[in-house]
Design a protein around this ligand. Structure first.
Ligand code: PLP
Length: 416
């Protein structure tokens, strides 16, 4: 049966009302209604996030932690309140375990520099998976090259799931860290993080989870997952760009040297020697992205109010619909058919290169991604140089999926 004629009842989520919260979704692109399916690259922002950032600049702008004056106290209060909000969102044990960074990339680099690098000696190993984004590969390669250590890679099977038997074989007394993505930005696969972390801990190995693609779709409880570090980017979570979070277990963070030096991260400075501030300030040198943190708080409030589980249920249903619709397109190969997936659909068409697909879709007002998705090893694994990718959020609709499918049929005709 055609997915376009799918008789399943519509989700109880009032998606039209939700869409009304995101002003950009009502704009037109190339004289067509915007169909935004590039959410894995960055998600759109609800009005409440835009308002929170604007209100900070309009009425509260001041630097934090330093001023005795009213506005500085207000800004500090809002910034620290956000830290508490994120602690609850991730179910971390303490506010000091929440470090503001620029995004996932910076969070991983911080851990590579301050946690892994000082502990790494020649012959040591770090374990990653074959489905990692470059930002969860290259920082580890940099420290490995410096210390004579090496990366080991958990393979991915044809469906896009990790081969766990191989993972078990890779764990050894030489392993210093396991770093893996919560959800793949290419395949959509949701990895069994709790299981992987439990195995690593049996060997005394800490685990870092890249939550860039997980958290926008799934609630993440760092204590249930059992991870030691969890990183994510605000802009993929319906918040501002330039702000992200590194969660780290207090015990580990406390033993780590600073990542960057500067203002705010010190206790006392003299030319004879400097002592460093306690957590979390030790890892937040310089003026942070205050407006970004405040906007991120608004984004988390939005998700909490809507109910993350509720949004995820809607998205899962939409993913099923989209998978059905795309499978009707002749010559389309879908990558990633794991049992547990978030709303990411990467594909190729026999008729056209992914960049040509993206260009034709763009002329219809449909925004998708085309390229290697910062996951070149995974492209090599599947033997393709590039893929097209449609990635969903809870504000996407069946009508938009229908528009995508129709446009792909059109691509086939254009390039026939
Ligand atoms: N990890 C994954 C799985 C991603 O998809 C991305 C971005 O696409 C990143 C890390 C990097 O995120 P950022 O560029 O926000 O640091």
């Amino acid at each position: 049966m055609s997915a376009l004629a799918d008789p399943r009842p519509a989700s109880p989520l009032d998606v039209e009302r939700v869409r009304g919260d995101f002003p950009i979704l009502s704009r037109r692109v190339r004289n067509k209604p915007l169909v935004y399916l590039d959410n894995a690259a960055t998600a759109q922002k609800p009005q409440s996030v835009i308002d929170a950032v604007a209100a900070y600049y309009a009425a509260e702008n001041a630097n934090i932690h330093r001023g005795v004056h009213y506005l500085s106290q207000q800004a500090t209060f809002a910034y620290e309140r956000t830290r508490g909000r994120i602690r609850r969102f991730l179910n971390a044990a303490d506010n000091s375990e929440i470090i503001f960074v620029r995004g996932t990339t910076e969070g991983i680099n911080l851990v590579a520099h301050s946690f892994v690098r000082p502990r790494l000696v020649e012959g040591d190993e770090l374990i990653v998976t074959h489905m990692e984004h470059h930002s969860n590969i290259v920082p580890w390669q940099l420290v490995c090259a410096e210390r004579g250590a090496r990366l080991r890679v958990i393979p991915v099977d044809d469906a896009g799931e990790l081969v766990l038997e191989e993972y078990e074989k890779l764990l050894s007394p030489r392993t210093r860290l396991v770093a893996l993505t919560h959800a793949s930005n290419v395949l959509g696969t949701i990895n069994p993080v709790a299981q992987i972390a439990a195995l690593a801990h049996q060997h005394g190995v800490p685990v870092l989870v890249d939550g860039a693609q997980g958290l926008p779709h799934l609630p993440a409880d760092v204590r249930e997952l059992g991870c030691d570090f969890y990183v994510f980017s605000g802009h993929k979570l319906f918040g501002p760009t330039g702000i992200g979070v590194l969660y780290g277990r207090r015990e580990l963070l406390e033993a780590m040297p600073p990542y960057q030096g500067g203002g705010s991260m010190i206790q006392k400075v003299s030319f004879e020697g400097t002592t460093y501030a306690d957590l979390p300030n030790r890892f937040e040198a310089g003026t942070p992205h205050i407006a970004g943190a405040i906007g991120l708080e608004a984004a988390i409030d939005y998700l909490n109010q809507a109910g993350q589980e509720h949004l995820a249920a809607y998205e899962t249903e939409l993913l099923g619909y989209a998978t059905g619709a795309l499978s009707q397109v002749p010559g389309l190969r879908l990558f990633g058919t794991a049992r547990d997936r978030v709303g990411v659909l990467s594909f190729t068409l026999d008729s056209a290169h992914p960049h040509d697909i993206g260009t034709v879709l763009d002329s219809e007002g449909i925004a998708i991604r085309a390229g290697h998705h910062c996951a070149q090893p995974l492209m090599q694994r599947y033997g393709v140089p590039a893929m097209a990718r449609a990635s969903l959020a809870f504000y996407n609709t069946r009508e938009e999926i229908d528009a995508l499918a129709a446009a792909l049929h059109n691509v086939n005709e254009v390039f026939a």
